[in-house]
Design a protein around this ligand. Structure first.
Ligand code: NI
Length: 382
C-alpha cells in the first residue's frame, strides 16, 4: 500500500522521523532502524546497494547523465538516555533516546534521496546516501570506510542539526568545525615504602603532582594563541592508606584540539614532559595515547558550492560556531575531502539532553539543501 501519494514531503518526513524517534536503537544495534530505512527507500523506488555492515544502509541514485560519484551521510543511532520530553511520539524503549537528532538526520536524508531520485534526468553523476550506524561510539564511519564504501567517491557531505540556530539557517565554516577527541593513560612508577621514611622511597605521588602541573603548561606555552586545545586529567589513583607511600600512580584523561597539527604535537610533548620529570626524580613514566576521533576539517574547495546551494534555496548561511564535541564524520575526511554543516532546528535544549527536541519543519530544509547541494556539485565538477 502506498499511503504517501497525497501527503507532502514534509508530512512524510515528519512521519518517518517520529517513527524512528519512538523506536531508537543503540550503536550497531540499529536493526529495526535499518529495516525501516530500506522499506521507505524501496517504497520510493530508490535502489539500495549491499554492504558488509549489517545495520548500514546505502542508497544509490544514478543520474541519467555521466559524472563523478559523491556521498551524503546521515548517522542513524541513538543514545543511552532516558527521554523526558513527554512528546506523544517519545521513545518507547526505556533508557534509549534519539537525543542527538540522528532520527532527524535519517529522515531528512531520505527526503534528499526522494528529491534526487525525482531529478535523475538532470543529475550528472551518482549520489550514494550513507545511513551510517554507530556514530555515538565513533566506530561506524571507520567500519563503512573499511568496507570499501568510499571507493570511487570523490567528495562527502554531512550535517548535524543545531538547536541554537533557527530553521532555515545553515551554519558553514571552512577548516576545523568540531574537535578531535583522544584519550591518554599515564602511569608513574616509583618505589613504595614507609610514609615516615620517604628518603628510602621514590614517591610517585609527588612526581605525579609535578607532571600534572607541567602538562597544564603545554597548551599555554607550545600551542599558537590562534589555535585552541584542552588537556584534562580526569582520573588519578594512587595509594590505599595513610601511612604508606605507594609504588605507583595511575592517571587518565582527554585531549581536544581543533587543528591536526596540535593533535599530533600535544601527545609528543606530554610524553616527553612526563618521562623527563619522572627521570628527574629517578621514577619512571609510562604514557599511552589512544587516538579516538580526528578533527572535523572542512575542505575550503567546497565552501563556494556549500554556500551556493543555500543561496539557490533562499536559506540563510551563517558562519558556523565551532563545537568541542567530536563527530566520526571526521574519519571520512581523512580519506577523501568533505564538508560538514550545521542545520538549524530551533530547539530549546542542546544535544544529549533528556528533553532535547527540534522543530520538524527543518526536515524539509535539510532534505532540500542536500538534494540541491548534490545537484550543484555534480553540475560543476565533471
Ligand atoms: Ni550527533
Amino acid at each position: 500500500m502506498d499511503g504517501h501519494q497525497e501527503c507532502s514531503l514534509l508530512e512524510r518526513l515528519i512521519e518517518y522521523r517520529r517513527e524512528l524517534h519512538e523506536h531508537p536503537e543503540l550503536s550497531f544495534k540499529e536493526y529495526e532502524t535499518a529495516e525501516r530505512i530500506r522499506a521507505w527507500l524501496k517504497e520510493a523506488g530508490i535502489p539500495v546497494v549491499d554492504s558488509e555492515i549489517e545495520t548500514a544502509v546505502i542508497a544509490e541514485i544514478t543520474g541519467n547523465q555521466e559524472g563523478p560519484t559523491i556521498a551524503l551521510r546521515a548517522d542513524i543511532d541513538a543514545l543511552p538516555i532516558n527521554e523526558e520530553t513527554g512528546l506523544p511520539f517519545a521513545s518507547k524503549r526505556e533508557g534509549v533516546m534519539h537525543a542527538c537528532g540522528h532520527d532527524f538526520h535519517t529522515a531528512a536524508m531520505i527526503g534528499a534521496a526522494i528529491l534526487l531520485h525525482a531529478k535523475k534526468d538532470k543529475l550528472k553523476g551518482k549520489v550514494l546516501i550513507l545511513f551510517q550506524p554507530a556514530e555515538e561510539i565513533a566506530q561506524g564511519a571507520v567500519a563503512l570506510e573499511k568496507a570499501g564504501v568510499l571507493q570511487d567517491v570523490e567528495a562527502i557531505f554531512g550535517m548535524h542539526n543545531k538547536p541554537d540556530l533557527p530553521v532555515g539557517t545553515i551554519g558553514v565554516r571552512e577548516g576545523s568545525l568540531m574537535a578531535s577527541v583522544d584519550r591518554f593513560e599515564l602511569d608513574v612508577y616509583g618505589i613504595g615504602g614507609h610514609a615516615g621514611i620517604p628518603d628510602n622511597t621514590i614517591d610517585p605521588i609527588v612526581v605525579a603532582g609535578q607532571i600534572i602541573v607541567a602538562l597544564q603548561s603545554i597548551v599555554s606555552r607550545n600551542i599558537s594563541s590562534f589555535h585552541n586545545a584542552v588537556i584534562s586529567i580526569t582520573q588519578i589513583h594512587g595509594g590505599n592508606t595513610w601511612n604508606v607511600i605507594p609504588g605507583k600512580v595511575t592517571m587518565e584523561g582527554t585531549v581536544r584540539t581543533f587543528q591536526n597539527e596540535a593533535r599530533e604535537l600535544i601527545p609528543q610533548l606530554m610524553k616527553r614532559t612526563a618521562e623527563g620529570i619522572a627521570a628527574g626524580f629517578a621514577a619512571r613514566a609510562d604514557f599511552r595515547w589512544h587516538p579516538y576521533l580526528p578533527v572535523v576539517n572542512n575542505d575550503a574547495r567546497f565552501t563556494e558550492v556549500i554556500k551556493e546551494a543555500a543561496q539557490n534555496l533562499d536559506y540563510t548561511f551563517v558562519e558556523a560556531e565551532q563545537s568541542p564535541a567530536g563527530e566520526d564524520f571526521a574519519f571520512y575526511q581523512t580519506k577523501i575531502p568533505g564538508f560538514f554543516v550545521w542545520i538549524g532546528v530551533g530547539g530549546e535544549f542542546d544535544w544529549h539532553h533528556p528533553r532535547y527536541d527540534l522543530n520538524e519543519e527543518a526536515l524539509e530544509v535539510a532534505a532540500n539543501y542536500f538534494a540541491e547541494l548534490a545537484m550543484v556539485y555534480l553540475e560543476n565538477h565533471e
